[in-house]
Design a protein around this ligand. Structure first.
Ligand code: FAD
Length: 396
C-alpha cells in the first residue's frame, strides 16, 4: 500500500488518519501539522477553554498505538505533484496518496494586524492569549456578530466584561440567516447585557479604542475580530490543485482534487452537494468528522467508491442557548417558524418543493432529531402542521 500523507493536524486531518486505521489501512500514515501543540478540538476554544473551565481540548487519540507518524511544528509550504513531494522547512516529504486538511484561517481587518490588544480566535495560542485578558474583565469590543463573535461575547459577559459587538451588516448572522430568524437572536445580546451596534463599519483600531466610520469611538481594553474565515490554501499556489473564488480546494463528489491521488477535506475544501444541487463550503465541526470517513473509504477502495453528500450539521452555544442547525437553505426556500422566537424554545424550518431542506432549533432537541431524518427522507410535508409547534415534526 502506498503511504498516505495528510497535511493539517486539526479535526479533519486527525479524523482522516484515525478513519484510515479504523477501516483497515495498514500502510504508512503520516500527519503533518504546523502548530506545535498536540492536536486539539476547536469548539471549546470559544467556550470552556476561553473561560479557564478546561485547560485544553487535546483529542483523545493514541497516535503511537495507531501507528500514525505525527509530526508537529511542520509547516508545509509547497506541493510538487510531478515528483509526489511536499516542501517543508525540514526538507521535502514524499507521498503516495495526499490528503489536504489545512482548515481555515480567520480574516483580519486590514491595518489592524499587530495593534496591541487586538485578537483573533482560531487557535489554542489565541485562546491562551485571551484567557488572562478576559480574567481582568476589560471593556471588550467584538467586531462581527457571527457565530464566533456571539460565543466570545457570551464568554466575555460571563467573565464580567462590558461588551460591545459591532456588526457591519444590518443584523446578526447576516451571512447565515434571514432577518426573521436573526432578529430574535439579536435580542439575546441585550438580555445578556451586551451592546449590539449593527450597520456600523469599523474604520480603524488604535490601542485602547475602536473607531467607527460614522465618527463614533468605542473604548476597548480588548478587541476580538470575528469576521469570518477563509480556507488556508495559499500554500497550494502553483501546485496545480484547482481552487474556487472562495479559496477552497474544489473537491469532487468523492472528495478528490483536480490532481490524481490528492484528496481534500474539512474547512479547506468545498464539494458538490447532489442533495442541494450546489457546491458547499462548510466551516463546521461535523463536516470535519464525516468527510474523513469518505476520504478513507475511497483511499482504501483505490477507486471512487463513496460519494460525500451529507446533511450538514452544526451547533453553537450562545447567551445560554444551544442553537443547532441541520441542512442547507437558500433565499428562495419557504421559511416556517415553530413556536414563538421570543420564547425559550422554537424552531425554524425551510421547505423546498414541499420537503424539509433545513432546520434551526433553539431548545427543541426533538425537532432536530426528527428534522434531520426528514431532511434525509426528502418527503413533502404539510406546511400547516410544520408551523404548529404542538404537532411533532415527524407527523407533519
Ligand atoms: P482546522 O481545525 O483549521 O485544522 C487545520 C490544521 O491545519 C490547523 O491546525 C493548521 O495549523 C494546520 N495547517 C494549516 N496550514 C498548514 C500547512 N501549510 N502545513 C501544515 N499544517 C497546516 N463548529 C461547530 O460545528 N460548532 C461549534 O461550536 C464550533 N465552535 C468553534 C469555535 C472556534 C473558536 C473555532 C475556531 C471553530 C469552531 N467550529 C465549530 C468550527 C470547527 O472547529 C471547524 O470546522 C473544524 O476545526 C475544522 O477542522 P479542520 O481540520 O478542517 O480545520
Amino acid at each position: 500500500q502506498r503511504g498516505v500523507v495528510i497535511v493539517g493536524a486539526g479535526m479533519a486531518g486527525v479524523q482522516t488518519a484515525v478513519a484510515l486505521r479504523e477501516q483497515g489501512f495498514t500502510g504508512p500514515v503520516t500527519l503533518l501539522g504546523a502548530e506545535p501543540h498536540q492536536p486539539y478540538d476547536r469548539p471549546p476554544l470559544s467556550k470552556a477553554v476561553l473561560l479557564g473551565k478546561a485547560e485544553d481540548s487535546a483529542f483523545d487519540v493514541d497516535f503511537e498505538g495507531l501507528d500514525i507518524d505525527l509530526r508537529l511544528g511542520v509547516e508545509v509550504t509547497g506541493l510538487r505533484a510531478a515528483v509526489h513531494e511536499l516542501d517543508t522547512e525540514a526538507g521535502p516529504v514524499p507521498y503516495g496518496i495526499l490528503v489536504l486538511a489545512t482548515g481555515a484561517q480567520p480574516l483580519t481587518l486590514p491595518g489592524t494586524e499587530g495593534v496591541p490588544g487586538v485578537h483573533l480566535l482560531r487557535t489554542l495560542d489565541d485562546a491562551a492569549r485571551l484567557r488572562p485578558v478576559l480574567a481582568a474583565s476589560p471593556r471588550a469590543v467584538v467586531v462581527g456578530a457571527g457565530w464566533i463573535g456571539a460565543e466570545f461575547a457570551t464568554a466575555a459577559r460571563e467573565a464580567g466584561c462590558e461588551v460591545t459587538v459591532v456588526e457591519a451588516a444590518d443584523r446578526v448572522l447576516a451571512g447565515a440567516l434571514p432577518a426573521e430568524v436573526a432578529e430574535p437572536m439579536a435580542r439575546w445580546y441585550q438580555e445578556a447585557g451586551a451592546e449590539l451596534i449593527t450597520g456600523a463599519k469599523v474604520a480603524g483600531i488604535e490601542e485602547g479604542r475602536v473607531l467607527l466610520a460614522d465618527g463614533r469611538t468605542l473604548p476597548a481594553g480588548a478587541v476580538v475580530v470575528g469576521i469570518g474565515a477563509r480556507p488556508a490554501t495559499g500554500w497550494l499556489d502553483g501546485s496545480g490543485v484547482e481552487r474556487g473564488p472562495d479559496g477552497s480546494v474544489t473537491a469532487d463528489a468523492y472528495l478528490r482534487t483536480s490532481l490524481p491521488g490528492v484528496y481534500a477535506v474539512g474547512d479547506c475544501a468545498s464539494f458538490p452537494s447532489g442533495r442541494y444541487g450546489t457546491r458547499l463550503l462548510v466551516h463546521h465541526w461535523d463536516n470535519a468528522l464525516q468527510g474523513p470517513r469518505t476520504v478513507a473509504a475511497n483511499i482504501l477502495a483505490g477507486e471512487p467508491a463513496q460519494v460525500y453528500d451529507p446533511v450538514p450539521y452544526f451547533w453553537s452555544e450562545q447567551f445560554g442557548r444551544f442553537v443547532q442547525y441541520a441542512g442547507h437553505h437558500g433565499g428562495a426556500d419557504t421559511l416556517l417558524l415553530r413556536g414563538d422566537p421570543a420564547g425559550p424554545a422554537w424552531s425554524a424550518c425551510w421547505l423546498r418543493d414541499g420537503a424539509l431542506v433545513a432546520v434551526l432549533v433553539v431548545g427543541r432537541p426533538r425537532d432536530m432529531a426528527q428534522g434531520r431524518r426528514l431532511i434525509e427522507a426528502a418527503v413533502p410535508l404539510d406546511p400547516a402542521k410544520v408551523s404548529d409547534p404542538e404537532v411533532p415534526l415527524k407527523s407533519a
